[in-house]
Design a protein around this ligand. Structure first.
Ligand code: ATR
Length: 273
């Protein structure tokens, strides 16, 4: 069977092997997908060894996405813009393609699964790290009325906004600039939520019928998902759907087949209740 894997550190709680096993069963593909704990300082050696042993494709997660971006022989447009790679694929000529399916995964979850319209809306991203950088271009391509990046360290938000302003209207600020404003979609891209922390968010931030979306996911509702519910969001969800959707895009890059994602999201969601 063709070999695939996810590399990351930590990796033991990764749902990716399960997701790809379900995709393979569903589409009748003969493949193996494992998880390997790979800290940053052994990324190159582990990746060289994986492909030398005949491996066909890798997912890379925290803290390896920038290293994978450097490792790839060539980059997709999405990976180029994100400056991060979550999917490596061995191609027919023997070169390694680096792609990034996080942005399209988020878009598919928002627009197809959750049926949220993005064109003409006001969008707020909390956080200005790698997770933010990966989603700005795909969101701007949906033509929102406005996109604001708020960050604890405003300079990082301004840097990302400057990098993407050629694609559309994008502004940056600190959390102190948020009171009095309101947004149709608020996306949490900070690393704070999983440890139970939240940025300082004012009341009234969510527009009527607005959505809160946490890029992180957990077996229990995250601090941000709970904040959204408590503050009147029509929908407040975590990133489980995005996780499955980004995996489906990687599966398509590797195998040329599109698995149905809804049954897999439904199964994983049911298991945590
Ligand atoms: P990632 O690649 O996951 O985005 P990162 O590059 O370390 O990780 O970025 C983490 C993000 O979470 C940053 O926006 C960070 O804010 P700073 O740029 O000001 O450091 C944000 N973050 C982390 N802990 C936070 C907290 N307790 N409150 C608010 N923001 C936090």
């Amino acid at each position: 069977a063709d070999q695939y894997a996810v590399f990351g550190h930590p990796i033991s709680h990764s749902k990716s092997p399960r997701i790809h096993k379900l995709f393979a069963e569903q589409t009748g593909q003969n493949l193996m997908y494992s998880a390997q704990d790979v800290p940053a300082d052994s990324f190159k050696a582990a990746t060289d060894a994986f492909f030398a042993a005949g491996g066909k494709g890798l997912n890379c997660t925290v803290p390896l996405k920038e290293l994978a971006w450097n490792y790839a022989d060539r980059l997709s447009e999405a990976a180029e813009a994100a400056k991060a790679v979550n999917t490596l694929a061995l191609t027919a000529d023997g070169s390694i393609l680096g792609d990034n399916t996080d942005g399209i995964g988020l878009l598919n979850d928002l627009t197809v699964n959750l049926q949220i319209k993005l064109a003409g809306t006001a969008i707020l991203i909390l956080g200005a790290g790698g997770a933010c950088r990966g989603i700005v271009a795909p969101l701007l391509k949906q033509k929102p009325a406005s996109l604001v990046i708020a960050n604890r360290t405003p300079a990082r938000a301004h840097t990302i906004a400057d990098d993407f302003k050629f694609l559309g209207a994008v502004d940056a600020c600190g959390y102190d600039a948020l009171p009095g404003r309101c947004f149709d979609l608020i996306i949490n891209a900070t690393a704070a939520s999983l440890s139970g922390d939240l940025p300082p968010l004012p009341a009234g931030l969510i527009a009527r019928n607005g959505t809160c979306y946490d890029l992180a996911y957990a077996n229990q509702p995250t601090a941000f998902v709970r904040w959204g519910i408590a503050n009147g969001a029509a929908k407040s969800v975590d990133g489980l759907g995005m996780l499955v959707e980004q995996a489906a895009e990687a599966f398509y890059i590797w195998r040329g087949r599109r698995p149905a994602t809804a049954p897999v999201i439904g199964l994983l969601d049911a298991e945590r209740r």
